[in-house]
Design a protein around this ligand. Structure first.
Ligand code: MSP
Length: 500
């Protein structure tokens, strides 16, 4: 089995302030990376910034800065957010870095040498907002802002040449584009003739980009530049050992709006380079507010930093991971945030810790009791905890993070119910050893659930494990040590009282 896991996020446009949508994909990649690391896989997690193109150039001009100064000024916002969100990436690429500029030029040379780039005169409509040429029909739809008629010489990538190869590949590899409805969408798109891709911009019109190595009057189209980041970092043609280790990537995580560029542009670029395609491109849905996509232009952005400030980073990570079914859209509201937080984190998870530590404090002077003989009830709890390991693995492999979380929460709920039914506070009065067995079982199940949640909530789970005196992320039943003194602690997740 391949023991490496190389996961990427899109590289974000440096212009936008990072919002929940960006935070979501990056946290998702982080959660998956953490799970795979804990399964002792060799993990590489890449994220970064997309810094070229017209929009950056225009934004810089507006601020009276050079594009590079503008990027250098904005990049720290992302780094700060990833740090605050506890995102453990292995590399952070910026497309203005020399390693990337050189790589894009190397790729252009190779694709050119393979005969896949040609020069042609182009006359047509160009959308400045979308940074691409649009068709007559798109032009007439009126959906595009900032449209100009352009007549110029440009360089084109023979994308159309690979149309059938791509169709055959997608048909043979159902895991390549996920979820399945997105795969069908791309296959539908490929039923029409696939044109070639304009990959240059004349410097006279736009010069903030990577110069074409075979014509200094042109820079590279921003998407042709950006996609290459995924092979820049593992070192295509530069560091053979590393490249062989990490490429093909295991998983490109993207949002549904950038599926065509990945599934079609990137795949055909890789065909031209004769490189294997990534194993999976997964397109997730959008975070909406009401009916709308959260976006800067609509002014309905939820700022992740404000949420973290108020509710703590792990609650935000938890909500985003639990609430979105991967592949579908999800709605972000403060009501649903508070509801989810109160039910799962305050009532179920936080409450279980409070109960066991309170009861152990009261009846066992705060020391984890020794378990005696397990009865059917204890055996059932142990069995459920042990069974969960396999099912959580399956959920993670299939990218059902919300279900992995849900099955952990189910165990927590079962244990809370078990405590209510067994009432160790009553049992303790007549049969202290049995009360001890009940409390040991509940606490051990809590420990195992906590280990399962660590990838989602790295900080809070560490706090719990510390309280339980067992910081190892081991899922084996029975590792909790009787006699361990539990320290006093604050409520893990105080309830949110005002849900508005
Ligand atoms: N720079 C390109 C990606 C190049 S990858 C080689 C880009 N950047 S972006 O900043 O505009 O968007 C990055 C990602 O954020 C996309 O995957 C997009 O789907 C995602 N999101 C932007 N708004 C979103 C939501 N409201 N909800 C979820 N994700 C969304 O495109």
């Amino acid at each position: 089995m391949n023991n490496t896991f190389y996961v990427t996020t899109p590289i974000y446009y440096v212009n936008d302030k990072p919002h929940i949508g960006h935070a979501y994909t990056t946290i998702l990649a982080d959660v998956l990376a953490r799970y795979h690391r804990s399964a002792e896989q060799d993990v590489f997690f890449l994220t970064g910034l997309d810094e070229h193109g017209q929009k950056v150039q225009q934004a810089a001009e507006k601020r009276g800065l050079s594009p590079q100064q503008h990027c250098d000024d904005l990049a720290p916002r992302f780094l700060e957010l990833w740090e605050r969100l506890n995102v453990q990436y292995d590399d952070f690429i910026r497309t203005t870095q020399e390693r990337h500029v050189k790589m894009v030029q190397k790729v252009l040379q190779e694709v050119h040498a393979a005969g896949d780039i040609y020069e042609a005169e182009y006359a047509g409509w160009y959308s400045v907002a979308e940074e691409r040429f649009i068709t007559e029909i798109e032009m007439r739809s009126g959906q595009f802002r900032d449209v100009k008629q352009i007549n110029e010489k440009n360089y084109f990538f023979r994308m159309g040449k690979y149309q059938q190869t791509l169709i055959d590949y997608i048909e043979k590899h159902p895991e390549y584009i996920q979820p399945a409805h997105r795969r069908n969408e791309i296959l539908g798109f490929l039923r029409q003739p696939l044109g070639d891709l304009c990959i240059s911009r004349p410097k006279a019109r736009m010069n903030w980009g990577i110069e074409l190595p075979f014509d200094r009057d042109y820079v590279t189209y921003v998407w042709f530049d950006a996609l290459i980041n995924y092979i820049t970092v593992p070192g295509y043609g530069i560091d053979e050992k590393s490249f062989r280790k990490w490429w093909p990537a295991s998983l490109h995580l993207i949002g549904k709006d950038i599926l065509t560029t990945h599934a079609v542009y990137w795949s055909t670029m890789l065909f031209s380079l004769k490189l294997p395609l990534p194993k999976t491109i997964f397109a997730h849905g959008w975070w909406l507010t009401g009916e709308n996509k959260m976006s800067k232009s609509l002014g309905n952005i939820v700022n992740p930093l404000d949420l973290i400030e108020k509710f703590g980073v792990d609650s935000v990570r938890y909500y985003l991971m639990r609430e979105m079914i991967l592949g579908q859209d999800a709605n972000f509201t403060m009501e649903s945030f508070a509801k989810r937080y109160n039910s799962d984190l305050a009532n179920d998870f936080g409450n279980l810790l409070n109960r066991v530590s309170g009861l152990i404090g009261k009846y066992f002077s705060g020391k984890i009791p020794e378990p005696k003989e397990y009865r059917a009830e204890e055996k059932a709890i142990q069995a459920q905890a042990e069974k969960m390991v396999g099912s959580i693995n399956e959920h993670i492999q299939a990218l059902r993070v919300n279900e992995a979380i849900e099955s952990t929460l189910q165990l927590i709920r079962v244990v809370n119910k078990y405590l209510e039914q067994q009432a160790p506070w009553k049992v303790a009065k007549s049969d202290l050893p049995t009360a001890g067995t009940i409390l040991y079982t509940a606490t051990e199940a809590l420990r195992i659930s906590t280990v399962h949640l660590f990838a989602v909530m790295p900080q809070k789970t560490r706090d719990v494990l510390k309280i339980l005196g067992c910081e190892d992320l081991n899922l084996k039943w029975g590792l909790l040590k009787p006699g361990t003194q539990l320290p006093s602690h604050e409520a893990l997740f105080p309830r949110i009282e005002d849900e508005t």
